[in-house]
Design a protein around this ligand. Structure first.
Ligand code: FAD
Length: 509
């Protein structure tokens, strides 16, 4: 398998940046993926005299590891790291050669300090856009710390392993043989999961803020920047910096940027926030808020942060269908991200619950990968745009059931079917399948504000044109509010509004 010209050109450029010598150790057999692996490493080695190839016996065949001369770094690729993993390969080559990773020094110090043996394995699909972040974070940790190793495993090349571990959602990370976590994770999140983050007392000892933003999506980032630009003491608490944009690839309506990808936009948001004197408390979840002299925001880890004003911008999350089987089979056949998990259902039968734009887009996307897609829509008609419906109905392997209510997702070890009720005839039907993609919209992340502030029946915080809520000094912005539309640009605008509202409040009080 020869590399395509544009990939080879890119690789050539990156390989100019190699600092020290690298040894690629290859474990190969006589199968097709083995010969592709050998071709790939030989081709890479032929492009730089700093790279040599050696045969080896590694834990998996086919696979190859990227090492310094005389020192195994523990970075291994089982499968061909092209597709979305191409960047992971490039970064592994550069970092193993001695180039410093582009993360804060504090993160590097934290990784280096970890003691003990940590053997990570990540199952990926090459079309998963959430996987490279995890692969790159764990590779970087392996390069920095001799006690840490990491193997990326392409599920398509190791189907037996994926089946025996029952991996139905990627990325799926295992640590020392035990499931560690799924979904996109940043290096900071991995470190927090390993218990290396700041403790509660360190956070509680912080001086009170003038503006404390809760939520680090587009609304929160915008609110924090607007506040910091007023020269007031600003902090931002986020469970996961970036918010929903981290879950999307193609963004084409963020005006002035013709096309971008979610993770790229999230990285720019963080970079912009870091330009200012803003105290970022990432990977911290707010649990409750109380207004005393100052607002007191309680975090999940027990810390209490104080502030004169608070801007809530906690956004929204995927809505669950709340039927038996959904929680039980989450990541065991029940999925929410077709781009990430679709390839794991190759050749299988799946259902998509939801006939809106996201549901129908998911069904069209999945129909190209899986054997058959069953679409279930509660209403008598699909709500998706006409053009999407046309495309859907042109596909030979899709069945649409309208006016039906999902009753149960069935399964044993993993999903084996779905039952639904025909709302007209009340007849219960059952379809045997292996995957269910839930695409029925979003719910605001406001449960933690129960009884504190007025919300509408959907749970959205009610705000006025200044972003003020029913509690003086408490503001809200973005998808967690009753704004008519949920979009990045709208969230950013409302973040700015809430921040200016909070500043106004501060100067008047
Ligand atoms: C798949 C997908 C594709 C999309 N595509 C587009 C698109 O192309 N164009 C477009 O304009 N919009 C798109 N959107 C919508 C857009 O992403 C949202 O409107 C926008 O991200 C909302 O920003 P936000 O800051 O209000 O909330 P979010 O982005 O949801 O951010 C919420 C933040 O709050 C944090 N948080 C939540 N609860 C807590 C808590 N208790 N304590 C602390 N922090 C908390 C979260 O971790 C996160 O940092 C898409 C959404 C999805 C899901």
């Amino acid at each position: 398998m020869a590399l395509e010209k544009d990939i080879k050109d890119q690789l050539n450029q990156y390989l100019q940046l190699l600092e020290g010598d690298i040894v690629l150790k290859v474990s190969a057999g006589s199968d097709q993926t083995s010969s592709e692996t050998i071709d790939l490493v030989n081709e890479i080695a032929s492009m730089s005299d700093k790279i040599s190839v050696r045969e080896a016996t590694l834990a998996r065949t086919p696979s190859f590891s990227v090492n310094r001369v005389g020192e195994d770094t523990g970075v291994t690729f089982a499968g061909i790291p092209l597709g979305h993993e191409f960047t992971s390969l490039v970064l592994a080559l550069l970092q193993v050669s001695g180039r410093a990773p582009k993360v804060d020094q504090s993160v590097i110090d934290q990784v280096k300090k970890i003691e003990g043996e940590y053997h990570f394995e990540t199952y990926v699909s090459l079309s998963c856009h959430n996987c490279p972040d995890v692969v790159q974070a764990l590779n970087m940790m392996s390069v920095l710390n001799p006690g840490i190793t990491h193997t990326m495993i392409d599920g398509a090349a190791f189907k037996d392993e994926v089946e025996s571990k029952n991996v139905m959602s990627v990325p799926a990370v295992y640590l020392n043989g035990e499931f560690f976590g799924g979904g996109r994770m940043t290096v900071e999140e991995i470190l927090a999961k390993l218990g290396t983050g700041p403790d509660a007392s360190e956070l509680s000892n912080k001086d009170p803020f003038d503006v404390l933003v809760v939520g680090g999506g587009p609304a929160g980032a915008s609110a924090a920047i607007y506040a910091a630009r007023k020269g007031i003491r600003t902090g931002i608490v986020a469970e996961r910096f970036g918010g929903q944009v981290m879950d999307t690839m193609a963004i084409e309506n963020f005006i002035s940027v013709k096309q971008t990808e979610g993770p790229k936009l999230a990285a720019s948001l963080e970079e912009h926030v870091k330009e200012y004197d803003i105290d970022i408390m990432n990977l911290q979840r707010a649990k409750g808020i109380e207004k005393k002299d100052l607002f007191e925001l309680e975090l999940e880890n027990g810390a209490v942060l104080k502030s004169k004003t608070v801007i809530v911008s906690t956004g929204a999350r995927w809505r669950n269908v709340n039927v038996p089987g959904e929680q039980e089979f989450k990541n065991k056949g029940v999925a929410y991200c077709p781009h990430c998990d679709g390839p794991l259902f190759e050749g299988k039968d799946v259902a998509v619950i939801g006939g809106g734009n996201s549901g129908i887009e998911a069904a069209i996307d999945l129909a190209g990968i899986v054997k058959h897609v069953t679409v279930l829509e509660f209403m008598p008609e699909l709500k998706a745009d006409e053009v999407l419906q046309k495309r859907l109905y042109s596909l030979p392997n899709v069945t649409v059931h309208k006016n039906v209510q999902t009753k149960e997702i069935t399964g044993d070890e993993s999903v084996n079917g779905i039952s639904f009720i025909d709302r007209e005839t009340e007849e219960v039907k059952h379809v045997e399948l292996q995957g269910v993609f839930v695409q029925i919209g979003l719910v605001p992340n406001t449960d933690w504000l129960d009884g504190v502030v007025e919300r509408n029946r959907m749970g959205e915080i009610i705000v006025d044109k200044h972003g003020s809520t029913t509690v003086p000094g408490l503001f809200a912005a973005g998808d967690c509010t009753d704004s008519a539309y949920n979009q990045i640009i709208i969230s950013m605008g409302s973040g700015a509004t809430a921040s200016l509202g909070a500043f106004d409040y501060l100067i008047r009080n």
